[in-house]
Design a protein around this ligand. Structure first.
Ligand code: PEP
Length: 268
């Protein structure tokens, strides 16, 4: 069955010193059990983060980005080889901030994803709609289209390396969280689309994380939803105490009996 994952995305925050303190505090206090914990550190202290996590089962570092070419004249970029070289297992791809500010389109995102998987990295692939799309009521179609143009083009073998993160743009860094029902409805739709494209086994096994203003106060209610398998956490991952509380909420829920609603409904 699928794994619970709690991934922190530090974005362009922390220094080597404050990042080290943060990781150490989380390592000291978190008892994640079977929940996987991921730290999306900035490139300058990714190697340090990886070194701090070495030997800590279930804890991983993630690059926040990689370039879509293997190597070459791309000033300022980091390659999959560089990430692999320092043994970082995860890469975050398709975050809405990169889609918006770096104009990353589906073609580029698919190339980055494929290159990462070819190089044995796991990909946390982000998707999600803007407020105007949500208000128009076309958010399910929009998100499924984002996936159809990217990770649904992978082979089933490649798809196994994917963790999906649903992040409604209107909830990122705004303090506005999707309600647990809104999150569940979208996660259900995503899993149903994976089922249609990739089959039952991959649909049942893919972890789908929710991201968008997850905090200790709302984490458990969101994680209780049957198709929510953890979170991608921005702001709250920068405070050890908050990140640990979110990890513990995921642990609590990962132990609860989870009815596989998507599978049940799909078989009706
Ligand atoms: C994110 O950046 O992926 C995110 C979900 O941010 P926040 O938790 O701050 O909304």
């Amino acid at each position: 069955m699928r794994k619970f994952v709690v991934a922190g995305n530090w974005k362009m925050n922390t220094t080597a010193k404050s990042g080290k303190k943060l990781v150490k505090e989380v390592l000291k206090k978190a008892k994640p059990g079977k929940v996987k914990v991921v730290f999306g550190a900035p490139a300058t202290h990714l190697q340090q983060t990886q070194a701090l996590l070495k030997g800590h089962k279930g804890f991983f570092a993630a690059a926040q980005n990689v370039h879509h070419e293997q190597s070459g004249a791309y000033t300022g970029e980091i390659s999959v080889d560089m990430v692999k070289d320092i043994d970082v297992k995860y890469v975050i791809i398709g975050h809405s901030e990169r889609r918006q500010y770096q104009k990353e389109n589906n073609t580029v995102l698919l190339a980055k994803t494929k290159l990462s998987i070819d190089n044995k990295r796991k990909v946390i692939f982000c998707c999600g709609e803007s407020l105007s799309i949500r208000e128009k009521g076309t958010h399910f179609q929009y998100v499924v289209r984002q996936l159809t143009a990217t990770i649904f083009k992978l082979s089933p073998k490649e798809f196994k390396q994917i963790v999906i993160a649903y992040e409604p743009i209107w909830a990122i860094g705004t303090g506005k969280t999707a309600s647990p029902e809104q999150a569940q409805d979208m996660h259900f739709a995503i899993r149903a689309a994976v089922r249609k494209k990739m089959g039952d086994k991959l649909a049942d096994n893919v972890s789908i994380l929710y991201g968008g203003s997850v905090k200790p106060a709302n984490a458990l209610e969101i994680f209780k939803q049957p198709d929510v398998d953890g979170g991608l956490i921005g702001g709250a991952s920068l405070k050890a105490e908050d990140f640990v509380a979110i990890i513990q909420a995921a642990k609590k829920q990962s132990k609860a009996d989870r009815i596989n609603v998507a599978h049940f409904t799909a078989n009706l």
